[in-house]
Design a binder for this molecule. Structure first.
Ligand code: ATP
Ligand code: MG
Length: 423
């Protein structure tokens, strides 16, 4: 006797999205597409695999993502180091440079798709998750910073999303950060005994990230640390003030969070996050900011840019939390048929329904009328179209409403189409 074949399972933290969940995903994706169109953003699609060096250069060597979250492997054919994209900005900027898209005009771009990070899976944190990313390249802002924040506020409205609040901060310019960095290192060095291992390591490589520590034991130290806001020069303050004035004028409420530094190295000036308290620890649903240094960092002619990404799973979890029901899109007709002429006629009818822009399921696999009608009922279709040899001979069909009251009626195809369309 052969041993039973063990069932293959999906990889931990990488989820199937089942038909039952699809209406919510599709509602979200449709809403997102319309919303981006309303702001004139154009879609760009990048490969899922890139050279590892791209992410190291763009995101930064001393970040959580590059240090421990990337799916990196060696291409067995040529020995190249490749990585499943952990985020989209690096690839998007790479594509823009490779195809010289900034040559003529600035660009407003967006993409949607899976990202990969080797994290501990938990609610709202997966190893394959989805982001909608938005990038504006070639704009120095702060008007474009404001546009991006204001547009996210509109998306929440369109989605009917509640309980998300906006936090903003500024990271200042390169020079501001250098000044601040010196002050911060000095402060942290005076409290070496209070630093955890991660922070000790980052003290000299990336001290700003120490402030982003999630270790509660470091909380007090972080709270009392020198504030970047106090190290900003005139130009940085003007940019930040202008952004705030635009947000106020648009009626978008915000809170300044001086501890908001973001986990990726490429940000400067504006950073922002939309957060909710309704998803436990995984409360950030959308995050982004300005990254004026990135384009030059990966080999392009320097140009300003800013962008953000939202976590689709977290947004959908929040919608579900609110008991949101996506709009139903039932199929118009389920066609049941029995008899040799009826079977042939049914094939013609169902194609003609589709010719007229209606949606229809043709029953496949035979069976009695009774069992076919059960399938029609459970399909969720609005109407059953019933075709026996009788109907086929007369060139007619019987139409029966399945989801609302109404009599069944024997009609010709044109009549059926009229009834189906009339509701
Ligand atoms: P976190 O602090 O939660 O780890 P992050 O700063 O690493 O987030 P970003 O790189 O800014 O996240 O990605 C933007 C958004 O993508 C996040 O705000 C979140 O909504 C979503 N996201 C990031 N990592 C994951 C993940 N592993 N699973 C699900 N969603 C994620
Ligand atoms: Mg993370």
């Amino acid at each position: 006797m052969s041993s039973p074949v063990s069932q293959v399972q999906a990889i931990r933290g990488m989820n199937d999205i089942l038909p039952e969940q699809s209406p919510l995903w599709e509602f979200f994706e449709d809403t997102v597409r319309d919303w981006l169109h309303a702001y004139g953003y154009k879609n760009i699609r990048m490969p899922i695999v890139e050279q590892t060096g791209l992410f190291k250069r763009a995101i930064g060597e001393v970040t959580d993502i590059v240090e421990k979250e990337m799916y990196t492997f060696t291409d067995a054919l040529n020995g190249e180091s490749l990585t499943l994209r952990p985020e989209g900005t690096a690839s998007c900027v790479r594509a823009v440079l490779q195809h010289n898209l900034l040559y003529n005009a600035p660009q407003r771009l967006w993409y949607m798709g899976p990202m990969f990070r080797h994290e501990r899976p938990q609610k709202g944190r997966y190893r394959q998750f989805h982001q909608v990313g938005v990038e504006s390249l070639g704009f120095a802002g702060p008007d474009i910073d404001a546009e991006q924040i204001i547009m996210t506020a509109r998306l929440w409205k369109r989605l009917g999303l509640q309980d998300v609040v906006l936090e903003i901060n500024t990271l200042g310019s390169q020079e501001d950060r250098a000044r601040h960095r010196a002050r911060l290192v000095h402060y942290l060095e005076q409290h070496l005994d209070l630093l955890d291992e991660d922070s000790k390591r980052r003290l000299h490589t990336n001290p700003l990230r120490v402030l982003d520590s999630k270790n509660p034991a470091m909380h007090e130290l972080v709270e009392a640390a020198p504030k970047l806001l106090d190290d900003l020069d005139e130009a940085s303050l003007i940019h930040f003030d202008a952004l705030q004035a635009m947000l106020r004028a648009a009626g978008v409420e915000y809170r300044i969070n001086p501890r908001l530094v973001r986990g990726l190295d490429y940000y400067n000036f504006t950073v922002f996050e939309w957060v909710t308290t309704r998803l436990g620890a995984q409360g950030t649903v959308c995050a982004g900011g300005r990254y004026d240094g990135l384009i030059a960092q990966i080999g392009g002619k320097p140009a300003p840019a800013c962008g953000f990404a939202m976590g689709v799973e977290r947004l959908l979890a929040l919608l579900e939390e609110q008991s949101f029901q996506p709009p139903e899109k039932p199929v118009d007709a389920y066609v049941v048929h029995q008899g040799e002429t009826a079977d042939q006629f049914a094939f013609q009818v169902v194609e003609q329904l589709r010719d007229q822009g209606l949606s229809a399921i043709l029953h496949c696999g035979g069976g009695s009328f009774k069992s076919q009608m059960k399938k029609a009922d459970s399909s969720g279709a609005r109407y059953a179209v019933i075709i026996g040899d009788d109907e086929a001979a007369a060139g007619q069909l019987t139409l029966k409403p399945l989801r609302e009251l109404g009599e069944q009626a024997r009609v010709n195809l044109a009549g059926a189409i009229e009834i189906i369309r009339s509701k």
